[in-house]
Design a protein around this ligand. Structure first.
Ligand SMILES: [Zn+2]
Length: 480
């Protein structure tokens, strides 16, 4: 008998334990998908597995619900695999070792995979039951959510007849999620011409900035190192001559860059140095409170001949860093405190013959995302650079007068005696993919309390799971 077998709701924990035994990191989806298919066959439920290994299981309504519209219950099959240094595990073949610690279920030395195995476990427990009242169920288990919602984006939405969906991939039990951002990756590619000049090489590094997630931390007043470099260069242009050899900052589109390195060349290193120190002092004074660990480093190197970027392109680049839309573009009028649209220059990279600027764009409204893409396109055509826009995923727009939101609130208040938090997030969820593929979809996201997901400290609150599962059953019961 394992420790988990005594926990309630016992069927949910039984399935959660079974899932944990099957390796199911992203891109290792065959075994877990087959497990779901076997489950369906064992329970004589209709099942479809598609080429992306997504699994859809259909279950008829229970007595009294025969004439109700179906409900889609959804979670993702893959987990993020992380382990601590002392743990030996081959995530391709080995299962996880679960244990109970007070109110928490944890995994020894690894991520737990409650994100999102606990959703799958809850849904399987509902599918196998014969005493839980519910409308017809379309259970959807998607693959490779963690690496870009690959499964959901490949899913044929015509397999689903439901117009209402409960996504179980939320991580806070007191919160109802009602909207998420869509996004895209936008790249500007500035072709470079170089010329050779003589002068001293100067290397300036800006570092120690906080950085952070370009979606959920874009409203935290973090300074973008690349944009700061643009400001610095623009000032320096007004006080002395210099040329740019390279400028590089950030390595992930979806992170705010926390460092940037400029390699320049100047014929007047002394003037450059003293002006740079003075100006960086002013910047420290200005941003010190919000960026306490910010430091800069200036180093003057040998005099020689250097291949530098042609002046016209240098000016264009500085102009771009000064004026391109970066950070919050628009706050939501409907949901207080929500960033509606944002752009993040995440990567600035100099190559021999080009400079690449990689932006991550997000918006909780489809039309606003298109507008933001349009702004960057217009900007790009003014500075005559090439552009690429890829990695589109749709937003899940807030729906007014949502029946499901109303039902959730009603059940939540009865169960807990208080109001739930209502949240829209400025990051992606699979709900966006479903909402854009199913006309008129009414959708909510909920889930039990998880902590430190995607880390080896990931844990699931047992108490919270019990409450969340009860709440889910109550919602299903009232979905007449
Ligand atoms: Zn997840």
């Amino acid at each position: 008998m394992s420790e988990l077998s005594s926990l309630k709701p016992e069927r949910v924990f039984k399935y959660f334990e079974e899932i944990a035994r099957i390796p199911h990191g992203s891109e290792n989806m065959t075994a877990i998908a087959n497990y779901c298919v076997d489950f369906a066959e064992k329970h004589s439920l209709k099942v479809i597995k598609d080429e992306a290994n997504n699994v859809v299981i259909y279950k008829s309504a229970t007595a009294g619900y025969e004439n109700t519209e179906p409900v889609i219950l959804q979670g993702h099959l893959d987990m993020v695999c992380q382990k601590d240094e002392s743990t030996e595990i081959d995530f391709m073949k080995d299962g996880l070792e679960l244990f109970v610690d007070g109110d928490f279920v944890k995994a020894k030395g690894t991520t737990l995979g409650a994100d999102n195995g606990i959703a799958v476990a809850m849904i399987l427990a509902i599918l196998e039951s014969d005493n839980i009242p519910h409308p017809p169920i379309e259970a959807v288990f998607t693959t490779d959510e963690e690496i870009g919602m690959v499964g959901a984006l490949a899913l044929d939405m015509s397999l689903l007849k439901g117009k209402r969906m409960i996504n179980l991939d939320a991580e806070e039990d007191d919160t109802l999620t009602v909207s998420c951002a869509g996004g895209s990756d936008f790249r500007m590619i500035v072709p470079l011409k170089r010329k050779t000049v003589r002068g001293s090489k100067v290397i300036i590094t800006l570092k120690g900035l906080l950085g952070g997630h370009s979606g959920v931390e874009i409203d935290k007043n973090r300074v973008n190192a690349d944009i700061l470099a643009g400001r610095f260069l623009n000032y320096m242009k007004s006080v002395c001559d210099f040329e740019i050899i390279s400028i590089d900052g950030g390595d992930k589109g979806n992170a705010i860059p926390n460092n940037c390195t400029m390699i320049l060349c100047t014929a007047t290193p002394d003037i450059f140095m003293s002006s740079a120190i003075d100006y960086l002092d002013i910047i420290h004074g200005e941003i010190g409170d919000r960026e306490p660990d910010f430091i800069d480093n200036i180093c003057v190197c040998e005099e020689s001949e250097y291949d530098v970027i042609e002046s016209e392109i240098k000016d264009k680049l500085i102009f771009t860093l000064l004026c391109v839309p970066d950070g919050i573009a628009q706050m939501s009028a409907e949901i207080k405190g929500l960033v509606e649209s944002s752009s993040n220059l995440g990567i600035l990279k100099t190559e021999e013959d080009k400079i690449i600027l990689h932006f991550t764009l997000r918006s909780n409204k489809k039309s606003a995302l298109q507008f933001l893409e349009g702004r960057l396109s217009a900007f790009s055509s003014c500075i005559s650079c090439e552009t690429e826009c890829s990695g589109h995923y749709p937003p899940w727009e807030f729906k007014e007068n949502s029946e499901l939101q109303k039902l959730f609130k009603e059940c939540y208040i009865e169960q807990y005696g208080s109001e739930p938090k209502i949240e829209a997030i400025h990051a992606g969820l699979e709900c966006g993919v479903f909402a854009s593929g199913i006309e008129g979809l009414d959708c909510i996201a909920m889930g039990p309390q998880l902590f430190d997901v995607h880390t080896v400290k990931e844990r699931l609150s047992i108490f919270s799971l019990k409450n969340t599962f009860n709440l889910l059953l109550e919602i299903l019961k009232r979905m007449k």
